[in-house]
Design a binder for this molecule. Structure first.
Ligand code: HEC
Length: 267
């Protein structure tokens, strides 16, 4: 009796195994065969921007026509990573826009902009703001390369490839009043940042298309038009540490210090 049961059990097992093997065989070489747990072969797609309207194999018509990614809550900012310099760059800019920025640059308080109660005090105060990205012999090429890329896509059409204020927009006669960076040696780094961030005169604000890190990178890039030898770390360079932003190049200040410096400025 026991023997018979054992025999039946092994028959059933063999048959079952055989069925599994046979049923898994399909002619299409790209097919995974019979899927016992389809979700493990194909995880249900979560498509942030394109929604095909499929939920667990069922088609849901109404999802096909709407974007599934939700807008982040108003006034939230990205905050990720552990590098304190990077993180500090994500925090809001501590300087308020000019009192007139609503009229001149469309920065309305109702849309979340904070305007100061003066037209230019914040801009004047920005003169001494330091660039948290310190230029060193090691990072200078990377920073200026990155700056060049952003400049080419967002600034060059007005300011020109060499920064003399003769970009294609100006050459075409469509636009005027773009300064030559060479004549802007009196501006502090923080003012360059401020003007790119909130705009100035006929130049629009760029804070909605560039983040703070990108703007501070541009400040370095613009500086190499403003000052001869800026970013030249070779021995015979005449550039002074003052022109290189931050605390100067002699001080072996680390990135962390740079970030701390910015967070204290925000208080
Ligand atoms: C639509 C044309 C235009 C674009 C695009 C533009 N600018 Fe300007 N920029 C101007 C004009 C015009 C001025 C002069 C503003 C004034 O002083 O009234 C100016 C002024 C400046 C100044 C001097 C600010 C100051 O405080 O005096 C800097 C620095 C500057 N731009 C950098 C940039 C950078 C970097 C970009 C790219 C992110 C950029 N600009 C994009 C037209 C433009």
């Amino acid at each position: 009796m026991k023997k018979k049961l054992k025999a039946i059990a092994s028959y059933v097992t063999a048959l079952g195994a055989g069925m599994i093997v046979v049923s898994s065989c399909v002619t299409d070489p790209d097919s995974s065969g019979l899927e016992y747990m389809p979700d493990m072969y194909r995880s249900p797609a979560v498509e942030p921007y394109v929604d095909y309207g499929h939920i667990q194999g069922k088609e849901v018509e109404k999802y096909k026509t709407q974007q599934s990614a939700l807008r982040p809550p108003h006034r939230t900012i990205p905050y990720r990573g552990t590098d304190s310099l990077e993180v500090a760059m994500m925090l809001p800019y501590h300087r308020k826009a000019s009192k007139a920025a609503n009229v001149t640059h469309g920065l309305y308080e109702a849309e979340g902009w904070t305007l100061s109660d003066s037209v230019d005090t914040e801009y004047k105060k920005a003169k001494t703001d330091k660039n948290p990205i310190q230029l060193t012999a090691e990072n200078v090429d990377a920073v200026l390369d990155r700056g060049e890329k952003i400049y080419a896509s967002k600034c060059q059409h007005c300011h020109g490839e060499n920064g003399e204020g003769k970009g294609p927009m100006v050459e075409s006669g469509a636009y005027a009043g773009v300064p030559n960076y060479k004549n802007l040696t009196d501006l502090g780094d923080g003012q360059v940042f401020y003007s790119i961030y909130y705009g100035k005169g006929a130049m629009g604000a760029h804070s909605m298309i560039l983040n703070k890190k990108e703007i501070w990178t541009l400040v370095h890039y613009v500086n190499q038009f403003r000052f001869d030898d800026y970013g030249d770390f070779s021995e015979d360079s005449e550039a002074t540490s003052d022109e290189m932003g931050a605390e100067g190049i002699e001080e072996e200040s680390t990135e962390e210090e740079g970030a701390e410096q910015e967070s204290t400025e925000q208080e």
